[in-house]
Ligand binder design. Structure first.
Ligand SMILES: Cc1cc2nc3c(=O)[nH]c(=O)nc-3n(C[C@H](O)[C@H](O)[C@H](O)COP(=O)(O)OP(=O)(O)OC[C@H]3O[C@@H](n4cnc5c(N)ncnc54)[C@H](O)[C@@H]3O)c2cc1C
Length: 381
């Protein structure tokens, strides 16, 4: 007999896997779609490390998927350099708690998948094999979501004409949990170089995310490790004499985007909702994208839990519940989206006025304790 599925989840990124595991703990029958891999395709190595905040940690702790050992590093301090010798630094208000944690993307995905395979109430199947009529479909397919396109949902995209170049380096000296970020007035346009401490608290390895104009990123993809080390040494003013590129290196095109509609219905008995990058993307300069996606997971769980607590007569496809989810998340995402977009545009504008503003801005933020607290809350709340 065919299993009755309660929730269909499309997408096997961190957001899809995390929401699947949380819902499976609520005695729901879950179907999770797997992507068809073309024969002979070698999976791309993910060079990313995510900066995750306390709320994201709680979501991953709740399904026993918080990474351990060298896969997680405490972020204890941040130092930001403007393009005219301005500087900004953050340290935690509470010394017992890091500002955030730096987590290895590939290890987190592996951990989530291992856990998924142990759940008897999660059925894995190829998209076309999922002939389910689930009351609720959660679309977590990432920014290129095919399902969102099929549904005709409008997706506002602001392309930055920039790419992020990511790689792993060894600086030759312990990072002590300190992240560094440079705003650079590059020849072909503005650039932001971020270096995140990773591979454990005692390590000297750092994850590099360098956003740069798209043509420059294409050149960097074919540069040798020695050339990249030299370029990094120049930007960092040779503060790491033994810097070495370890790789792998990857390039991501950058954009900010948001869906106009987050929830909808096929019939009175079946509904869909967007979560994670399927619904919104932001510039990685503030390390917020996945934190926002896991925020969607938390809100969806809170919304669906209302059925178990007080509003037990409501169906999984209930319009009121799904609208509630949409309203709550749209408000949260908007402030993060506007913040990242404004900073990115300020730092990429070539005019002298923008230059003065951004450098005065950094100096101003350094002095204003309450704004610093806001930034720190964004990074570590
Ligand atoms: C360079 C860079 C650095 C970043 N750093 C940070 C950071 O420090 N902190 C942070 O919070 N965020 C960061 N982000 C953002 C973060 O990577 C994303 O927000 C996050 O990965 C989104 O997760 P997701 O699960 O929604 O989507 P994705 O990670 O895109 O996952 C969706 C997955 O589903 C698959 N898929 C699509 N369709 C189907 C289907 N029908 N069936 C099955 N699978 C399907 C896709 O192939 C994909 O693997 C960074 C992003 C970049 C580019």
């Amino acid at each position: 007999m065919e299993k009755k599925i309660d929730v269909l989840i499309k997408g096997q990124g961190v957001v899809g896997l995390a929401v699947a595991l949380h819902l499976s703990q609520r005695q729901l029958e879950i179907a999770l779609s797997t992507e068809q891999v073309q024969p002979g395709t070698v999976p791309k190595q993910d060079a990313r490390y995510y900066a995750l905040n306390k709320a994201s940690k709680e979501i991953l702790d709740g399904i026993d998927c918080w990474p351990s050992g060298s896969d997680v590093t405490d972020l204890r301090e941040m130092q930001i350099f403007g393009d005219e010798a301005s500087e900004l630094s953050f340290a935690p208000v509470n010394m017992n708690r890091p500002l955030a944690w730096i987590v290895k993307a590939s290890s987190l995905n592996k951990k989530l998948l291992e856990k998924i395979n142990l759940q008897p109430n999660i059925t894995l199947a190829m998209d076309e094999g999922l002939n389910t009529h689930a009351p609720l479909t959660l679309i977590c397919e990432g920014k290129h979501s095919a399902m969102r396109k099929k549904l005709g949902v409008e997706f506002d995209v602001s392309p930055y004409e920039q790419c992020a170049f990511a790689t792993l380096i060894d600086t030759g000296s312990p990072h002590h949990g300190k992240a560094l970020q440079w705003f650079i007035d590059g020849e072909g346009g503005a650039e932001i170089l971020g270096m995140l401490p990773c591979e454990g608290n005692g390590s000297s390895k750092m994850s590099v995310i360098w956003s740069m104009p798209a043509p420059k990123a294409s050149q960097y993809q074919i540069k040798t490790d020695v050339d990249i080390s030299q370029a990094l040494a120049e930007v960092t003013k040779h503060q790491f004499p033994n810097l070495q590129v370890l790789g792998p290196s990857t390039v991501w095109p950058l954009s900010a985007s948001k869906a106009q509609q987050w929830v909808g219905h096929w019939s009175s008995n079946s509904a869909w909702a967007l979560l994670g990058d399927s619904a919104h993307t932001v510039h990685p300069l503030a390390g917020m994208g996945l934190n926002l996606g896991l925020g969607d997971v938390a809100e969806m769980l809170k919304t669906l839990d209302l059925r178990q607590d007080k509003e037990y007569w409501r169906k999984l496809s209930d319009r009121y519940l799904l609208r509630k989810y949409e309203r709550a998340r749209k408000t949260d995402i908007l402030s993060a989206w506007l913040f990242c977009d404004a900073i990115q545009r300020l730092f990429s504008h070539p005019s002298a006025v923008a230059k003065t503003l951004r450098n005065k801005g950094l100096i101003g933020v350094q002095k204003l304790t309450f704004i610093k607290s806001f930034f720190m809350l964004q990074a570590g709340s």
